[in-house]
Design a protein around this ligand. Sequence first.
Ligand SMILES: C[S@@+](CC[C@H](N)C(=O)[O-])C[C@H]1O[C@@H](n2cnc3c(N)ncnc32)[C@H](O)[C@@H]1O
Length: 276
Amino acid sequence: MNQTTEPRQLPADCADGADAGTFRLEEVPANAEGMPERPMLASPGQLDLRCMDCMDLMREFPDKHFDLAIVDPPYGRGEDGGTTQCHGVKQKNGKVLAVADGGYEKKEWDVLPPPEYFNELLRVSRDQIIWGVNYYAVNLPGGRIVWDKVNDGSDQSGAEIAYCSLNQRVDVVRYMWRGMMQGVSIERGMVQQGNKALNERRIHPTQKPVALYRWLLDNYAAPGQRILDTHLGSGSHAIACHYFGAHLTASEIDADYFAAAMARINAETAQTTFFN
Ligand SMILES: C[S@@+](CC[C@H](N)C(=O)[O-])C[C@H]1O[C@@H](n2cnc3c(N)ncnc32)[C@H](O)[C@@H]1O
């Protein structure tokens, strides 16, 4: 029997347009006693996820509606699937380990966002964390976040850089992320996870780890806040928001990625049945 639990209300002025491309995490299956099958989080984050163009999404919201935007727009580097641009990563013993293609279908989305994107993003959000800031022709002085991917010896970027409006510092987080080489945890991000079965499954050519999004939320957000993600991709951010208790509104333009992300989010948030 499936039973809808007490409805989790979206903030009053959230857009309401539920359609085929909209996903809301609202239902928890009940067991025979009528109790939720998986333990409820104290206050799980609400997810309002849409398969649409982010410019159309942002147009729906008034000025400064979101407490924080955490976004990862295209960097314009041809990373939208097809043959990978990374061929190997050096191990501690000096050997170069070949990195296999992820097998992602070649798409055409990796085009730099237009200047209007940044104007609109700053209009609808009070604060922003914008990954890929080094690739954009926008003037965003202020803080920076550097994610060290601990992939020394790889022929890919060793780090990614975000603009952060919340302070003037450069903060650094270290978490290994290169193919099957992933960190144990955000606290032990320099140490490679030995048990590959515990690795995060990758479904998107530029997927960021859930652990990274959780670290961002822990350090720059508060539970209950309204968060915006204009480029959802694999859904890692949505999984992190669910467990952190932040309300995420997000868009993803590609229908295949959107469907895969929704399946992943459903599966990974349902895991509380087994592990909580
Ligand atoms: C850099 S990836 C984001 C990866 C994501 N951070 C993750 O962890 O999986 C950018 C994503 O934005 C999507 N995209 C590109 N243009 C878009 C647009 N105008 N509106 C919404 N999504 C868009 C692409 O399909 C792609 O999935």
